[in-house]
Design a protein around this ligand. Structure first.
Ligand code: ADP
Length: 631
């Protein structure tokens, strides 16, 4: 039994040993696999004992720390890489047995300051024994410095880009003034530099300064010249208010140099554009003011659309608001479609003939519907051989046409009025000359009397014409003095009497009259014109009365007749030159339409006024006032 038991014991021992060997082998194998994994991972791994001495590190860790594996094993982590904050974390994991995990945690190597700030993702996991006591710590690290830097750089580039983008968008703000633009741009600069909180900026241009509120001139400054049309006209400056580590240009990045240069260049270009815009706007305003101050309506038609794109204020003179013209074809300006088409054809022929200016007289229509004569000057604008715009200046020539008409009427009337007395005069004089022997002395006298009368009326007509031309040339001079009107009235009646035997002349003048202050010849002319009319326009004869009523300051002198009279509607226009009433009763009564207008001018030149009272078929009375000599 003992032997059997012994044998069994040996067997059991062998089995046990075999099992242990197998286990050891398997464990060895597992350790190998683990080591291979640890060695070949990119993650930096270290195993530390409870005193934070390195027990095991992989080569990635050693390399990352700037050492070789052998230099680290057995050494204390915090002797090599002192850092109080991290040591406290290690201690806490050790004490609490709870793992920790960090992302992008900054770390500076005390003994390798050149590396600057490094960033790390790391975990620290406690290794515990069966009773839960912490036996050691596994530290795994992945350096994220490069990624962090890349992210930082990306953020910087994004800042620079948004700065430029901001500046470009500001420059596009059409309504802003150039000074507002500079102020907006300067405020965009600090956020685009590395340390916005300590950055200030200033733009100096043409002696004007645009600054951020915190601006201070410091030694940490970057600047770039602003060039406008190749001249230096300003400078952009960016300053740090505190010192920062040296990077490229002092504390500034290479990219910040590029950015400030780009900003300066952009300010230069924007200023050039703005100035050109302002110059354009100014000349546009000038042109607009000019065209709006003209009496002519000016508009421009866009081609080939053929619609009005712009019209000046003077369009109101023909009844239209400029705004209501824009966007329409010009057809509404013409009395009918055919006139519109005719004018279009004139422009077409001008274009075909290679002309770029067209003058034409054309009937147009006001908004009220009234048709009027206009003179149109049309200019044709081409770009690359194509007609792009046609502008027209429209001059309302109604008044000129009226004047032309007046001139024609005048020539017609006056030449008739001149010719008929001349015919009588030459006729009478010739008869006396050729038939002297045959004529009785009485006949000869009569002929000569007729000639003298006609010569008188001719001389009066010429006198009136000359007065009117003096008035129009502003050269009417009065030779006023204290005179008695009574005598003038008497003399004039005597003169007129010779022309007519069909009328009774009555002089109704107070015995005593104060003298008036007047030009004697002109008084005579006024009275002559009124009396001559009284005779002419009462062809049936009748009484012609001249009366005088004294007033405080003046005398009122009146001439009344019992003739054809004048309707109320016609009375207003009689005192205008060349106005003759178109009354059938005037048939055969000659006249140039000058007498009353001359009367008015002369009366007014004396400081008086003239008016009439009349009724058709009941005769007329003309009144005028003359100032008394003492007033
Ligand atoms: P003229 O007598 O040469 O036509 P005037 O200027 O003296 O020119 O008169 C203008 C017009 O006024 C006359 O053509 C006539 O129609 C009207 N008129 C002037 N005086 C009288 C009057 N006494 N009675 C009626 N009509 C008159």
């Amino acid at each position: 039994m003992a032997a059997e038991e012994q044998q069994q014991q040996v067997y059991r021992d062998t089995r046990q040993r075999q099992h242990t060997e197998e286990l050891t082998k398997a464990l060895e194998q597992e350790k190998n696999v683990l080591e291979i994994i640890i060695e070949n991972t990119g993650v930096q791994i270290a195993y530390l004992d409870p005193e934070f001495n390195f027990v095991l590190v992989n080569s990635a860790y050693a390399k990352g720390a700037g050492h070789i594996v052998e230099e680290l094993i057995g050494r204390n982590h915090f002797d090599l890489f002192p850092n109080e904050e991290n040591q406290a974390i290690f201690k806490k994991v050790q004490d609490t047995g709870k793992p920790v995990e960090y992302h992008d945690k900054p770390f500076e190597y005390k003994y390798q300051p050149r590396r600057g700030t490094t960033y790390w993702d790391w975990t620290l996991v406690p290794v515990k024994d069966a009773s839960g006591r912490v036996q050691g710590l596994v530290l795994s690290l992945v350096e994220t410095t490069e990624r962090k830097n890349a992210e930082h750089n990306l953020r910087e580039r994004v800042k620079e880009l948004s700065c430029l983008y901001g500046i470009v968008s500001i420059a596009d703000k059409l309504s802003a003034s150039i000074n507002e633009l500079y102020q907006d741009i300067v405020s965009l600069l600090p956020p685009s530099w590395q340390y916005p909180e300590i950055t200030c900026a200033r733009i100096t241009i043409n002696g004007n300064k645009f600054e951020t509120e915190n601006y201070q001139d410091t030694q940490w400054k970057q600047s770039s010249d602003i060039m406008i049309y190749e001249n230096k006209e300003g400078i952009v400056e960016v300053c740090y208010l505190e010192e920062r580590p040296h990077i490229y240009e002092g504390p500034f990045l290479k990219e910040e140099r590029a950015l400030i240069d780009a900003v300066a260049m952009h300010i230069g270009h924007t200023t050039e554009h703005k100035r050109a815009d302002e110059a354009l706007q100014e000349s546009h305003n000038y042109l607009e003011r000019l065209t709006n101050s003209m009496w002519d309506a000016v508009f421009s038609v866009k081609m080939p659309e053929r619609v009005i794109e712009w019209a000046n204020d003077s369009f109101r003179l023909i009844g239209y608001d400029p705004e209501e013209c824009v966007g329409r074809t010009t057809e509404f300006l013409y009395p009918d479609k055919s006139k519109f088409l005719d004018f279009g054809n004139k422009i077409k022929s001008a274009i075909a003939a290679g002309r770029d200016i067209l003058h034409a007289e054309q009937l147009l229509k006001r908004k009220s519907g009234e048709v009027f004569s206009a003179e149109i000057t049309t200019t044709i604008y081409k770009e690359k051989g194509e007609v792009v715009r046609v502008t027209s200046i429209v001059r309302d020539i109604t008044e000129r046409k009226k004047l032309d008409q007046l001139k024609d009427d005048f020539i017609g009337l006056v030449s008739h009025e001149l010719r008929s007395p001349l015919t009588v005069i030459t006729g009478a004089v010739n008869t006396v000359l050729t038939e002297a022997e045959r004529l009785s002395p009485e006949e000869t006298r009569q002929l000569l009397r007729d000639a003298a009368l006609e010569a008188d009326s001719l001389s009066h007509l010429l006198g009136n014409l000359m007065e009117l031309s003096r008035v129009q040339a502003d050269r009417l001079l009065l030779f006023a003095e204290a005179i008695s009107v009574k005598k003038v009235i008497q003399d004039t009646i005597e003169e007129i009497k010779r022309q007519s035997s069909a009328h009774q002349f009555v002089m109704d003048v107070p015995r005593e009259l104060p003298p008036v202050y007047a030009d004697e010849l002109r008084m005579g002319r006024i009275l002559y014109n009124l009396l001559e009319n009284a005779v002419k326009y009462s062809p049936q004869g009748g009484e012609i009365r001249v009366f005088v009523k004294p007033g405080e300051e003046h005398l009122i002198i009146g001439v009344s007749d019992q003739g054809i009279g004048i309707s109320r509607a016609d009375q207003a226009k009689l005192f205008e030159p060349f106005q003759r009433l178109e009354d059938s009763r005037l048939d055969g009564i000659n006249g140039a339409g000058l007498g009353l207008s001359v009367c008015r001018k002369l009366v007014e030149a004396h400081g008086g006024r003239i008016w009439l009272e009349s009724e058709p078929s009941r005769g007329s009375t003309f009144f005028f006032t003359v100032p008394l000599s003492h007033s």
